[in-house]
Design a protein around this ligand. Structure first.
Ligand SMILES: Nc1ncnc2c1ncn2[C@@H]1O[C@H](COP(=O)(O)OP(=O)(O)OP(=O)(O)O)[C@@H](O)[C@H]1O
Ligand SMILES: [Mg+2]
Length: 281
C-alpha cells in the first residue's frame, strides 16, 4: 500500500488508477473526467462570488470505485452535481466518455443523501418509475424491475410501501431504482450516512458484492473513513476553502473485502490515521 506523503508520482504510476492531472490534457476516451473545474457561487445578498471548488483535475477510468472524503462544506456535493450536469462549472469542464457534459447527464445514476422514495408507491412501482417515464413496455419493465429488486436482495418485498421498509432496505430500494436503468456511472452522496453502524456495514458489503459483478464506475462521497477504505480503489481527499484535491490515496487491500478482515491489519490503522490527519488539517 502506498504510504501517505509518498510522492504522488508513485501513487499514479499505474495507468488504470484514478489520476490527478496538473496540466490541461485531453480527457480519457472513457470514464469520468474533471478538467480544471472550478465553481463559484454568488449567494443571495453577497456582492462577491464564493469559490466553492477550485482547479479540480481528476480522471476516473471505467470500473473504478473512487471515494471522496473531506470536511463539511468542502464542495463534494458540488462536484457530484456538476458530474450529474445539474449545473455547469464556472471554469473548466466535466466529461463523460470524452463528451463534455453540458446538460443533465443521463448516463449517471445519482443517489443522494435522502432516499426520495415516493411514499404512495410500493417498492415495485418506485423502482419502475424511471422506466415508466422512458416509456418502456410493461413486460420489459416488469422483468427489469424484478431483476433490480433481486440484485439488492429485496425480492418478496415488492408490495411494501417505503414506510414498511427498514432504513437499510430503503437505501437498497434507492439503489435498485438507479440500477434498473443501467447507468454506466454511479454518483453516490453519503448514501448510507443515516444508518446505524451495523446496518451500514451490511449495506456496504451488499453494495460491494453487487459492484464486483459488473464493476460500474463509482464516485462515492462519505465522511466515514472506514467506509471509504472498505469500498474504494482510490480515496480522493478534499480540502476546504476553497474545495480542492489535497491528496489521492490508492487502496490495495485485496477484494473481496470485509470490514472485519481489513480492520485487523496494521495497514488499515496507518491509512485511517493518515487520512484523518489530512482531513483534520
Ligand atoms: N447552490 C448554491 N448556492 C450557493 N452556495 C452553494 C450552493 N451549493 C453549494 N454552495 C456552497 O458551496 C460550498 C460547498 O458546498 P457542498 O454542498 O458542495 O459541500 P459538501 O462538501 O458536500 O459538504 P457536506 O459534507 O456538509 O455535505 C458550501 O459553502 C455551500 O454553502
Ligand atoms: Mg454534501
Amino acid at each position: 500500500m502506498a504510504a501517505l506523503g509518498e510522492s504522488r508520482d508513485v501513487l499514479l504510476d499505474a495507468a488504470t488508477r484514478c489520476e490527478v492531472r496538473d496540466v490541461d490534457t485531453p480527457p480519457r476516451r472513457t470514464g469520468l473526467s474533471f478538467r480544471d473545474v472550478s465553481k463559484a457561487f454568488v449567494a443571495h445578498g453577497d456582492r462577491r462570488p464564493f469559490l466553492a471548488v477550485r482547479d479540480v483535475n481528476l480522471d476516473i477510468p471505467p470500473g473504478r470505485f473512487v471515494c471522496l472524503v473531506g470536511p463539511s462544506g468542502s464542495g463534494k456535493s458540488t462536484l457530484l452535481n456538476m458530474a450529474a450536469g445539474l449545473f455547469q462549472p464556472s471554469t473548466g469542464a466535466v466529461y463523460q466518455d470524452a463528451e463534455r457534459i453540458n446538460t443533465v447527464n443521463t448516463r449517471v445514476g445519482y443517489i443522494t443523501q435522502q432516499d426520495n422514495l415516493l411514499p404512495w408507491r410500493n417498492l415495485r412501482d418506485n423502482v419502475a418509475l424511471s422506466l415508466e417515464i422512458q416509456g418502456v413496455g410493461k413486460r420489459t419493465r416488469a422483468e427489469r424491475v424484478a431483476r433490480a429488486i433481486e440484485q439488492v436482495a429485496l425480492t418478496g418485498f415488492e408490495k411494501h410501501y417505503p414506510a414498511q421498509l427498514s432504513g437499510g432496505m430503503r437505501k437498497r430500494a434507492t439503489l435498485a431504482r438507479t440500477l434498473v436503468y443501467s447507468p454506466d456511472t454511479l454518483l453516490m452522496d453519503e448514501p448510507f450516512g443515516a444508518l446505524d453502524a451495523m446496518m451500514r456495514n451490511t449495506v456496504q458489503e451488499q453494495l460491494l458484492r453487487l459492484w464486483e459483478q459488473d464493476r460500474k464506475t463509482v464516485l462515492f462521497v462519505t465522511h466515514d473513513l472506514d467506509e471509504a477504505i472498505l469500498l474504494a480503489d482510490d480515496i480522493v481527499v478534499f480540502g476546504a476553502n476553497p474545495g480542492r484535491i489535497v491528496h489521492v490515496e490508492h487502496v490495495d487491500f485485496p477484494r473481496p473485502r470485509t470490514l472485519a478482515d481489513i480492520r485487523k491489519s496494521p495497514e488499515f490503522t496507518a491509512l485511517w490515521e493518515g487520512l484523518w490527519s489530512l482531513i483534520e488539517n
